[in-house]
Design a protein around this ligand. Structure first.
Ligand SMILES: *[C@@H]1O[C@H](CO)[C@@H](O)[C@H](O)[C@H]1NC(C)=O
Ligand SMILES: *[C@@H]1O[C@H](CO)[C@@H](O)[C@H](O)[C@H]1NC(C)=O
Ligand SMILES: *[C@@H]1O[C@H](CO)[C@@H](O)[C@H](O)[C@H]1NC(C)=O
Ligand SMILES: *[C@@H]1O[C@H](CO)[C@@H](O)[C@H](O)[C@H]1NC(C)=O
Ligand SMILES: *[C@@H]1O[C@H](CO)[C@@H](O)[C@H](O)[C@H]1NC(C)=O
Ligand SMILES: *[C@@H]1O[C@H](CO)[C@@H](O)[C@H](O)[C@H]1NC(C)=O
Length: 302
C-alpha cells in the first residue's frame, strides 16, 4: 500500500495497484495533465466496452449513442431509444447510465421511466429487467437513478436510488430488491469491487462523500467525508483503484486499492467544468464526461 501512495506522490499523478495488476505492465500509471476533446455531448453516463467502443447516455435526447475508436467521430450510431421520450419497449426517457456486457448487450438506467432496460445486442427494443415503470419507494420500486452497477456473474444490479437515499440490489428480472442500504443521502453512484465490497457516492448539503461497505453489510467505512464539492460519480479501474469525481471542483481523485478504505486521495485530473462520469479504455486512457463543458474528454495514459 505504501508503494501505491508514494509512487503517486512521486509521479504527481497516478499509479496502478501493483499487487493486483493482471498484465505485464509496471506499477505506475500516469496520465497527460492536458486533456483532448473526444466527442461533443451533453449526456450523463459513459461506458467503454471490451472493444473500446464508447457509449454515451444522451440524457436530453433520450437515446444511447455509440462511437468507435480510435477517433470516436460523429455522428456515431444510435443503439437504443429513438430520440423521443416515451415508455414503450423501443423508447427511453432520460437514460442516465449504461453498462455493456461482453456480448454487447446493454443494461440501461431509464431514469424517468423508473426502470432498467436490457437491450440485447442489435435489438430495436428493450425488456424491463428491474423496476415497475412507476416511481416508488418500496422494495419493489425506486425513484430517479443516476448510477448503477451490473454484476453479470451473479445476475444482479446495484441501483443508486437517488430520490429515496438508498442502494438496492435487484436480481435480474426480480420483482423486488433483495438487499437495501438506507440513509445514503443523495446517492449518485455505486460501484462494486471483485471481492464484493460496495462503494457509494453520496452528498449532504453540497458536500460529497464516499463509503465502502463489506459484502452484505449496511455499515460502511469512510473513503471521502469532506473536501469534495458534490460528487456525481465514482469508478473502479481494472486494478481496483477508485476514482472519485469532485464535480463542483472540476477535478478527480484516485484512491489506491491496496489501502482501502483509505481517505488518502491523489488528484489525477483537474481543470474540468463539472465532471459527471468517468471510464477507461483497455489502454487505461481516462475518459470523462464534462457536463457543463458539453464534452467527453480524454486524458491519455503516458
Ligand atoms: C500531452 O498532451 C499535449 C496536448 O495534446 C501534448 O502536446 C503533449 O506532448 C503531451 N505530453 C506528453 C508527455 O505526451
Ligand atoms: C419513437 O417511438 C415512439 C413510440 O412508438 C413514437 O411515438 C415516436 O414518434 C418515435 N419517434 C421517432 C423520432 O421515430
Ligand atoms: C469480459 O471479457 C474480458 C476480456 O475480454 C474478461 O477479462 C472478463 O472477465 C469478461 N467478463 C465477463 C463477465 O465474462
Ligand atoms: C414476478 O411476478 C410475476 C407476476 O406476479 C410472477 O409471475 C413471477 O414469478 C415473479 N418473479 C419473481 C422472480 O418473483
Ligand atoms: C451475502 O448474502 C448472500 C445471500 O444471503 C449469500 O449468498 C452470500 O454468500 C453472502 N456473501 C458474503 C460475502 O457473506
Ligand atoms: C480542486 O481542484 C484543484 C485543481 O483545479 C486541485 O488542486 C485541488 O486539489 C482540488 N481539490 C480536491 C479536494 O480535490
Amino acid at each position: 500500500m505504501i508503494v501505491c501512495v508514494s509512487l503517486a506522490i512521486a509521479l504527481g499523478v497516478v499509479v496502478g495497484d501493483i499487487n493486483k495488476k493482471n498484465s505485464n505492465s509496471e506499477g505506475g500509471i500516469q496520465w497527460n495533465a492536458t486533456s483532448q476533446r473526444v466527442q461533443y455531448n451533453v449526456g450523463y453516463g459513459l461506458y467503454i466496452d471490451r472493444n473500446d467502443r464508447l457509449y454515451i447516455c444522451d440524457f436530453p435526447n433520450d437515446h444511447i449513442q455509440r462511437f468507435s475508436p480510435p477517433s470516436y467521430t460523429s455522428p456515431g450510431t444510435t443503439v437504443a431509444g429513438n430520440g423521443t421520450f416515451a415508455s414503450t419497449p423501443g423508447t427511453l426517457n432520460a437514460p442516465s447510465c449504461v453498462y455493456v456486457d461482453n456480448s454487447s448487450n446493454m443494461y440501461i438506467a431509464d431514469a424517468n421511466n423508473y426502470r432498467i432496460q436490457l437491450w440485447l445486442a442489435g435489438a430495436s427494443s428493450g425488456t424491463t429487467i428491474a423496476g415497475t415503470g412507476v416511481y416508488g419507494s418500496t422494495a419493489s420500486s425506486f425513484g430517479d437513478i443516476y448510477g448503477m452497477f451490473v454484476d453479470t456473474t451473479n445476475r444482479q444490479i446495484y441501483v443508486a436510488d437517488y430520490r429515496n437515499n438508498r442502494m438496492m440490489i435487484w436480481p435480474f428480472f426480480g420483482n423486488a430488491s433483495t438487499f437495501i442500504i438506507t440513509g445514503i443521502n443523495q446517492i449518485m453512484d455505486v460501484q462494486v469491487d471483485a471481492a464484493g465490497y460496495v462503494y457509494t457516492a453520496s452528498n449532504t448539503a453540497g458536500v460529497g462523500s464516499v463509503l465502502r461497505y463489506p459484502p452484505n453489510s449496511t455499515t460502511g467505512g469512510i473513503v471521502v467525508a469532506s473536501g469534495f464539492t458534490f460528487t456525481e460519480g465514482i469508478r473502479l479501474d481494472f486494478y481496483g483503484n477508485l476514482y472519485v469525481l469532485n464535480s463542483g471542483n472540476g477535478s478527480i481523485q484516485m484512491f489506491c486499492a491496496s489501502s482501502m478504505p483509505s481517505s488518502h486521495g491523489v488528484v489525477v485530473a483537474s481543470g474540468l467544468s463539472y465532471p459527471v462520469d468517468i471510464t477507461f479504455d483497455s489502454n487505461m486512457n481516462l475518459f470523462v464526461l464534462d457536463l457543463t463543458a458539453g464534452w467527453v474528454v480524454k486524458f491519455a495514459k503516458l
